[in-house]
Design a protein around this ligand. Structure first.
Ligand SMILES: NC(=O)c1ccc[n+]([C@@H]2O[C@H](COP(=O)([O-])OP(=O)(O)OC[C@H]3O[C@@H](n4cnc5c(N)ncnc54)[C@H](OP(=O)(O)O)[C@@H]3O)[C@@H](O)[C@H]2O)c1
Length: 245
């Protein structure tokens, strides 16, 4: 069996399509004797492998984030943190097509989950990363969070929340880089992936561009494996291409 070299791994958002696929692929790709996978989620989820240890996290409760970080750190310094949480829409909140659709409620909800939550995860998990070797903190962002790449407008709150997440990632990378030269902090764009999040927006996506979660995470894990410290602070797509800020 292949071994990625990660000993203590954390997946935040393990109940989501991408989070679940990350856990399953990490189980399949690692020698399970030497890896410990912490899978945190708000909704309960179970995995067949005994090497996956599930736990609760709600990004709107800093206490649960702090507790999850302490639990994961109890298994030793962390090699890889994957933040796979996020929202684009809810039953009552739809992405905006025009300024007319903006509401404070949409901004507050999306920023709470897509920006503030991952920032608090960084606050509590980055200090627990391994400091004497390569360690990676990767958060799922989105290409639409790129200001330079924005050609079609719309989706104000989601775009703004992901752009703000990219700034948090850059800031955290600078702060960590001052002391830990082998710590890598990045954002990742998974492509358009079949999930609850993308479901309402899939009709115009050609079938070959709508990825399965397993395909997307296989590509993203390959991107992560190839990251070096010069990549810290940046955002990369599933095919390894950097996304402009
Ligand atoms: N799918 C795509 O096409 C696509 C494209 C670009 C970027 N992304 C990004 O990829 C990430 C994952 O998306 P996905 O497609 O896997 O979506 P998904 O299947 O809808 O999963 C979203 C995850 O976020 C979790 N979450 C939401 N609010 C939370 C909270 N308060 N506390 C803890 N967890 C919370 C959900 O937990 P519950 O199960 O408890 O609701 C779920 O595990 C997101 O950041 C998204 O922006 C996705």
């Amino acid at each position: 069996m292949q071994d990625t070299g990660y000993g203590n791994i954390v997946v935040i958002g393990a109940s989501g399509a991408l989070g679940q696929a990350f856990v399953e692929r990490l189980v399949a790709d690692n020698d399970t004797d030497s890896v410990h996978i912490n899978a945190f989620s708000r909704s309960p989820v179970s995995f067949a492998s005994p090497d996956v240890h599930t736990g609760f996290i709600d990004l709107t409760s800093e206490q649960t984030i702090e507790r999850a970080a302490a639990t994961a750190a109890g298994f030793g310094p962390i090699d890889l943190v994957l933040v796979t949480t996020g929202i684009l829409h809810t039953d009552i909140l739809k992405p905006e097509k025009s300024l007319r659709d903006l509401s404070a409620e949409k901004f507050q909800r999306l920023f709470a989950i897509d920006t503030i939550g991952p920032a608090l995860v960084a606050k509590h998990f980055l200090p627990e990363l391994a400091k004497d070797r390569r360690a990676v903190f990767a958060a799922l962002s989105a290409r639409v969070g790129s200001i330079g790449d924005n050609r079609s407008g719309g989706w104000y709150a989601y775009r703004a929340a992901k752009a703000a997440l990219n700034m948090i990632i850059k800031n955290a990378a600078i702060e960590m880089g001052r002391r830990y030269k082998d710590t890598i902090v990045v954002g990742l764009h998974p492509g358009t992936v079949d999930s609850h999040l993308s479901k309402p927006f899939q009709s115009h996506v050609p079938p070959e561009k709508l990825f399965t979660p397993d395909f997307a995470v296989s590509k993203l894990l390959a991107v992560i494996d190839n990251l070096t410290p010069v990549d810290t602070g940046k955002c990369f797509a599933w095919d390894g291409q950097p996304i402009p800020p």
